[in-house]
Design a protein around this ligand. Structure first.
Ligand code: UDP
Ligand code: MG
Length: 334
């Protein structure tokens, strides 16, 4: 094949890989990310695209991205109309992706882009999902590491679909998995669960997650708690059963305790005492009732949100830049 037809093929063939980068106010790190990402994608002989999803940033991230060029990949910039949260931004990226394989990656360089060729190699072996599991959580506090571990244990003991521990959103999905995810109608996007739900053949690869390149994490403990509750309530109804179980146990206990008191009164008469035990029982039952109502409320709230059927995100603009490469580098002509 001559040079022109090879170049032609590269530009006309279907897109093999889409890399989705959701970002929110990341102007300090985006140029470094783009440089590393394009350098990696240049090594891949097939056609690639990078989809940057602007999650309503209010710094100059979007302007930066719209000026990004790439020698071998298409650069697509999707801008959401406001900040919808990372989960929605990722959903938007999945909808706008066209690749046969799709990789989601954080903008803050915590997920090294250099691992992309290895992930793609696993996909070529036939895996539909390549989960990237963190070996070490560098740059995270002891409390965050412990609470994350406890959360995964709780979630996996409750939910049916097994959600791999310490696997973030950095992962590869095949086109059929992406299509299934795009069809999932729920508004409540707990993505770690949604990615695991379709199943198919999964491969888990270990990697060292780097500390944030610069800037601050956008997650505080309050938000993380919300995410944890989301995760549990959107993938399991066991908390509701737990409430039923607690209620039954306490009712049963109260019945037997009542029997004991009746017997005691019949045998030995009664005197007015037992104020502390009364109080304890009262408070315990009150607490459990409130807790159960809270759990019920979580699910009702979710039904409320789902029933409104609002779109997950609104897109302000989509811009696309083709690859600027004119000549194929030597090593790719083979
Ligand atoms: N992000 C986003 N929308 C948000 C918050 C975060 O798109 O509302 C992006 C953020 O720019 C980054 C990724 O999600 O690319 C992960 O965010 P962060 O590093 O703050 O989370 P952590 O790594 O601490 O889980
Ligand atoms: Mg991060």
């Amino acid at each position: 094949m001559d040079l022109i037809s090879i170049t032609q093929k590269r530009f006309e063939s279907a897109i093999t890989l889409s890399v989705i980068v959701p970002y929110f106010n990341e102007s300090a790190v985006l140029p470094a990310l783009h440089a590393r990402l394009t350098a990696t994608l240049d090594q891949i002989p097939e056609r690639c695209e990078i989809i940057y999803v602007d999650d309503g940033s209010n710094d100059d991230s979007l302007q930066l991205v719209e000026h990004f060029q790439s020698t071998s990949s298409i650069v697509r910039s999707v801008s959401l109309s406001r900040n919808f949260g990372k989960e929605s931004a990722m959903s938007a990226g999945l909808e706008y992706s066209r690749g046969e394989a799709v990789i989601l990656i954080d903008a803050d360089l915590q997920d090294p882009p250099e691992l992309i060729p290895q992930m793609l190699a696993k996909w070529r072996e036939g895996y539909d999902v390549v989960n990237m599991q963190r070996k070490e959580r560098h740059g995270e506090t002891w409390l965050k590491r412990r609470s994350a571990a406890a959360f995964y244990r709780l979630l996996n003991s409750l939910a049916k679909a097994s959600i791999p521990e310490n696997v973030g959103d950095f992962r590869l999905l095949s086109r059929r998995v992406v299509n299934h995810i795009n069809q999932m109608p729920e508004r409540n996007r707990y993505m770690k669960g949604i990615f695991s739900w379709p199943g198919f053949s999964q491969y888990t690869m270990q990697f060292d997650r780097d500390p944030r390149f610069c800037g601050e994490t956008k997650w505080n403990y309050f938000k993380l708690f919300g995410l944890a509750v989301d995760g549990i309530t959107s993938f399991s109804i066991r908390p509701l059963r737990l409430a039923t179980l607690f209620g039954s146990l306490i009712a049963l206990g109260a019945f037997f305790y009542g029997m004991v008191i009746v017997t005691q009164t019949l045998l030995w008469g009664s005197d007015v005492s037992g104020y502390p035990s009364l109080m304890v029982a009262q408070l315990a039952i009150g607490g459990i009732q409130l807790l159960s109502i809270g759990i019920l409320g979580e699910y009702i709230g979710r039904i409320f949100i789902e029933s409104k059927q609002r779109p997950l995100f609104l897109v302000r603009s989509v811009k696309e830049k083709p690859a600027v490469m004119v000549f194929e580098p030597m090593e790719k002509r083979a």
